[in-house]
Design a protein around this ligand. Structure first.
Ligand SMILES: Cc1cc2nc3c(=O)[nH]c(=O)nc-3n(C[C@H](O)[C@H](O)[C@H](O)COP(=O)(O)O)c2cc1C
Length: 449
């Protein structure tokens, strides 16, 4: 069953989900071409690579994988004439809990992704691209591989694409099933057939020392799907849909305690959290109230539904003024959530109502991160397990008074002390749950006093 509702909400603007929600839309080449597919590849091949990169920059497209890095700027790190092989790697690991958008694209509109891969590869001087798909998506891997074969047979991939002299091969690579493989350098190691230990940055920025130590761009599935639409709409029109620093549309996956969960596609910054949760997702379940929201995948810091956000805003005369707003009035875009100390991340909005026990919820997250730590860095390997053991013990009735303080100290000693951002991902839930819900942790910790 799809999590994308057949009829779009009036506030939605479906671009990425535009085709796949049409009645009768099939994930094959004939259907994609009948919906205007591969026309943007034709257009791109008549442009210069730098003109395409400029268009992506002007579109203000931010990466949709979690870190939100501006896509055009990432692309401009690749030096066109360095004489080295360049690679494009599409990140289809989609392992961040609460995120369920890439799977729909891979299953239901694979040619949209392949057209994006072909255009991006042309712009980046890439002749060999990989689509890395997590092993838990075996059907997606088959569907995308079949679509690649169809595109190749029709001359949209392979040698001398559309008679332009540009050649590109694309391969699907299936991961073996680990959250860490979503981290880009770990994914590259995995693609090279090694244990997926993240590489340290610097020096191993993929754009410099990526796949096989050559310049590589790693982009999320959804990010790459936006590329044909930037050319179709024009970068200005595309950028205008969003906010100045966050162009285009964004998919938001809402799960948990709302009446109408699902994957929605909205112009970036078009709605506040309140509009998303009440108008679009139908509010809390009958008789319940919202308690907490994790706005950008499980690694993002949790927000209390009743908290006030203090922030600085520009006054009419340009001076900075203090402002206090309800958390639910935060705009759903990268800058606004960053200003509230959290992030839009992968767009996975996890909603919890007043029936949820926050120690239990944090324990679930801690068990996940302890299980998924790759083990390379001691603070993460030991610390994530230690936090999980402590929250499990507290939940089982064995809490002691010092537990919240100790938990915080462990989390504080993981974040910023690891090779990759998994350290932050594992510690932010503990840090933010303790900060936002101290009463629940104190109550459970002092029960045995
Ligand atoms: C622990 C961890 C897990 C990640 N998982 C994913 C993932 O499943 N999918 C993804 O696209 N990016 C994931 N990322 C982010 C990638 O490292 C990288 O920033 C992203 O693929 C770049 O693509 P984008 O610029 O298009 O967002 C993860 C990062 C970390 C630290």
């Amino acid at each position: 069953m799809s999590c994308i509702h057949p009829a779009p909400h009036p506030k939605e603007r479906r671009i990425i989900f535009g085709n796949l929600t049409q009645p009768g839309y099939a994930p094959d080449l004939k259907t994609y071409v009948a919906h205007g597919g591969y026309e943007q590849l034709r257009k791109a091949l008549s442009m210069t690579p730098s003109a395409i990169i400029d268009a992506v920059k002007a579109a203000n497209l931010r990466g949709r994988g979690g870190a939100g890095f501006p896509c055009g700027i990432k692309w401009s790190f690749i030096k066109q004439d360095d004489g080295k092989p360049h690679y494009l790697v599409v990140n289809g690991d989609e392992s961040e809990p609460g995120t369920f958008k890439d799977r729909y694209i891979l299953h239901e509109d694979p040619h949209q992704l392949i057209e994006g891969v072909a255009i991006s590869s042309f712009a980046l001087g890439v002749k060999l691209a990989y689509i890395y798909i997590r092993c838990e998506f075996p059907a997606a891997a088959k569907i995308v591989a079949a679509a690649i074969a169809e595109a190749k047979a029709a001359g949209f991939l392979g040698t001398n694409i559309l008679g332009t002299g540009f050649s590109l091969d694309v391969f699907v690579h299936q991961g073996a099933g680990a959250y860490i493989c979503g981290e880009e350098t770990s994914l590259i190691e995995s693609l090279e057939g090694k244990r997926p230990y993240p590489r340290i940055k610097p020096p191993y920025f993929p754009a410099v020392f990526g796949l096989y130590m050559n310049p590589t761009v790693v982009n999320n599935v959804e990010t790459i799907c936006h590329i044909p639409h930037i050319l179709r709409l024009g970068p200005e029109e595309y950028a205008k849909m969003g906010t100045p620093g966050d162009g285009g549309t964004r998919t938001l996956c809402v799960s948990g305690d709302v009446q109408r969960p699902g994957a929605y596609e909205l112009p970036a910054g078009a709605v506040t959290l309140r509009e998303l949760l009440y108008d679009i997702c139908g509010g809390p379940k009958p008789g319940r109230s919202f308690k907490a929201i994790i706005p950008g995948g499980s690694s993002a810091k949790v927000l209390r539904a009743d908290e006030k956000i203090k922030r600085k805003v520009k006054g009419p005369d340009g001076t900075m003024l203090d402002q206090e707003i309800d958390v639910l009035d935060l705009v759903m875009d990268a800058a606004s959530l960053a200003g509230a100390g959290t992030m839009i991340g992968s767009g996975g909005v996890i909603v919890m109502d007043d029936t949820r026990n926050m120690v239990e919820t944090l324990n679930n997250l801690n068990l996940f991160y302890a299980h998924e730590s790759c083990g390379q860095c001691t603070p993460c390997r030991e610390g994530s397990l230690w936090m999980a053991k402590m929250s499990s013990r507290m939940l089982a009735g064995g809490g002691v008074e010092n537990d919240p303080k100790k938990l915080k100290s462990i989390a504080d000693n993981i974040a910023g002390r690891t090779v990759c951002a998994f350290g932050e991902a594992a510690s932010w839930p503990t840090q933010s749950f303790l900060e936002k819900f101290p009463e629940e942790f104190a109550a459970i910790a002092t029960k045995n006093k």
